[in-house]
Design a protein around this ligand. Structure first.
Ligand SMILES: [Zn+2]
Length: 289
């Protein structure tokens, strides 16, 4: 599903220029201060354009996802904060857990999917993620596409819907938001009116068609999140750019309803997969029958 012109023709994305860049010394990453105590860690050189977040309280730091595992995430996080770091996984797709192996404390949901993904992705499988056309700019010099893998990791703390994490002066609430992946969460900072939507909402192609995805479950999640749209100002997604207006929660739910009612503009891709185009995002959906 590689678009033409190439994906990187949209880079650098202008939205990032509105944020304050934070200096650090790995060319692989770009780091921006999104708001007080929230850093976006962006990996623009790879097709996924994944975004991890470092979220600071007064006495505890949470790293929401660890990215591709191509840059040194642990070194970067250590440069950004002297505090202990808890890794919190938004879900266990490869591009969000690549640096997990570097950390001792990992919070994630306990589902058969997450248990399977925690075994890692060996080079013969992971190689496909770093092949031809996947890089905008070169990876680090010591990176070998042939040896690329997602290393196994241990989920040390199981999280559930409704759990809270007190970081000192900042509380994060875990919302189980399955659909894209069964172990997908969103993270709400109610006081600061932020919702980290991970892969449940981002301003690009959202995937509902993977074997582990479930369209109807995703619709239910979209309905739940639309109900929170008035309680947050900004969404902080896990791909492409951040933040985006919380109004998108309502737009996403409306889009799902449109599709469920048989409406919406789509083009058919390989294997009957449909790409629905909406204002500011796309939904990739399994064709019916
Ligand atoms: Zn994902």
């Amino acid at each position: 599903m590689r678009p033409s012109p190439p994906w990187w023709s949209a880079l650098p994305r202008p939205q990032w220029s509105k944020l304050e860049p934070v200096p650090q010394n790995q060319a692989w990453f770009e780091v921006y201060r999104v708001t007080e105590g929230v850093f976006a860690i962006y990996e623009p050189r790879h097709f996924e354009e994944v975004i991890s977040y470092l979220i600071l309280g007064d006495r505890q730091a949470v790293l929401l996802d660890t990215g591709m595992g191509i840059g040194d995430m642990k070194r970067l996080a250590g440069e950004l904060t002297p505090m202990d770091i808890i890794v919190l996984n938004s879900h266990t797709h490869f591009d969000h857990v690549g640096g997990n192996y570097q950390f001792d404390t990992i919070y994630a949901m306990d589902t058969p999917f997450s248990r399977d993904r925690s075994k890692g992705t060996p080079p013969d499988e992971a190689r496909a993620y770093v092949g031809e056309g996947q890089f905008w700019k070169a990876p680090p010099e010591d990176f070998s596409p042939e040896a690329y893998q997602i290393r196994p990791f241990t989920i040390t703390h199981v999280i559930c819907d409704g759990d809270t994490m007190d970081l000192g002066g900042r509380t994060l609430e875990i919302l189980h938001t399955p659909g894209h992946a069964p172990d997908e969460i969103s993270v709400m900072d109610r006081t600061n009116r932020l919702l980290f939507t991970a892969d449940t909402f981002y301003p690009a192609h959202m995937y509902t068609h993977f074997p582990e995805s479930d369209f109807d479950t995703y619709v239910e999640t979209a309905r739940r999140l639309a109900g929170l749209a008035d309680k947050v100002d900004w969404l902080l997604p896990a791909h492409n750019y951040t933040p985006v207006d919380a109004e998108y929660l309502k737009k996403m739910y409306a889009a799902f309803q449109t599709i469920r009612e048989g409406g919406g503009e789509y083009e058919t891709l390989d294997e009957g997969i449909r790409k629905y185009t909406f204002d500011g995002f796309y939904l990739i959906v399994k064709g019916k029958g």
